[in-house]
Write a protein that binds this ligand. Structure first.
Ligand code: ADP
Ligand code: MG
Length: 256
């Protein structure tokens, strides 16, 4: 099924690892401004699909369009600067840096990167750094990480690291975010926080989310639309009610 206004569209994506076909002729569209669930049994190809979309892997075939631009095969940092970011099933924060330092690593349009600016525009750099710092502080507050801002990322709980990773990627002011199992290893209190942050960012900032998540109750409750993958392919797409009543989906989960 297609959507009215697709912010992201994957068309016949394929990705193999030697003999293993991880993603096979997979197509789906993500509605702009939606919270979309990407579900399917273990090994269905969900994480690999995220890798292909976000530029961490190059697909062997197929195209990926984001906001009308063909982003197929672009490197991850280019795609991130187009406004599409992802988080990982296993977090990738820098354990030996503090929470605040992690936040300051990612910002957009840092003038300080260029030698010219470093020499001639000290005032601009200082002003920008102050702005970046303020953005970081706001996000840390939003994610209830402000009290651990000077803590090494490696000392945080699993749940806090998930929050830090989301906060860190939000420094890029993304239009869309792919979250790979954001609740895995997170305690129920933090899980509620994450859900609330996602809903807030979606409603207030219009951020589109695609979420891989195993907790079906949570997925059905949180998501506007659901895409089901099985054996590397898109199996079904629709509203939570449609997906819950889809025979093929039941079979994929029970039959595997
Ligand atoms: P999911 O996230 O839906 O559980 P994955 O995308 O992680 O599924 O994996 C899809 C298939 O591709 C699995 O069979 C997995 O073992 C395989 N796979 C994933 N990544 C690699 C890799 N880097 N090398 C070899 N096989 C991989
Ligand atoms: Mg996975």
């Amino acid at each position: 099924a297609t959507v009215d206004d697709a912010v992201l569209a994957a068309d016949s994506v394929r990705k193999t690892f030697g003999e293993i076909v991880a993603v096979d002729d997979c197509s789906f569209e993500i509605e702009r401004g939606s919270i979309t669930g990407l579900i399917g049994p273990n090994g269905a190809g969900k994480s690999t699909m995220f890798d292909c979309i976000s530029g961490f892997y190059q697909p062997d075939a197929g195209t990926i369009r984001f906001d009308g631009t063909d982003i197929t095969g672009l490197p991850a940092h280019k795609i991130a600067h187009e406004g599409l970011v992802r988080t990982f099933q296993i977090t990738r924060d820098l354990a030996e840096m503090t929470v605040m330092e992690n936040m300051m690593l990612t910002p957009k349009n840092q003038t300080g990167e260029s030698m010219f600016h470093a020499v001639f525009n000290r005032d601009t750099i200082e002003r920008e750094n102050a702005e970046i710092q303020r953005d970081a502080e706001k996000l840390l507050e939003l994610f209830q990480l402000d009290h651990v801002r000077q803590e090494y990322a490696g000392n945080l709980s699993g749940g806090q690291r998930k929050l830090l990773e989301m906060a860190r990627m939000l420094m890029l002011e993304p239009e869309a975010m792919l979250l790979d199992e954001p609740m895995a290893g997170v305690n129920p209190t933090l899980e509620n926080d994450i859900v609330e942050r996602i809903e807030e960012l979606n409603r207030q900032e219009g951020v589109t989310f695609v979420i891989v998540e195993h907790d079906m109750d949570l997925v059905m409750d949180l998501c506007d639309r659901i895409i089901v993958m099985n054996e590397g392919r898109d199996l079904a797409a629709g509203t939570p009610a449609e997906i819950q009543n889809d025979e093929r989906v039941l079979e994929a989960y029970l039959g595997g």
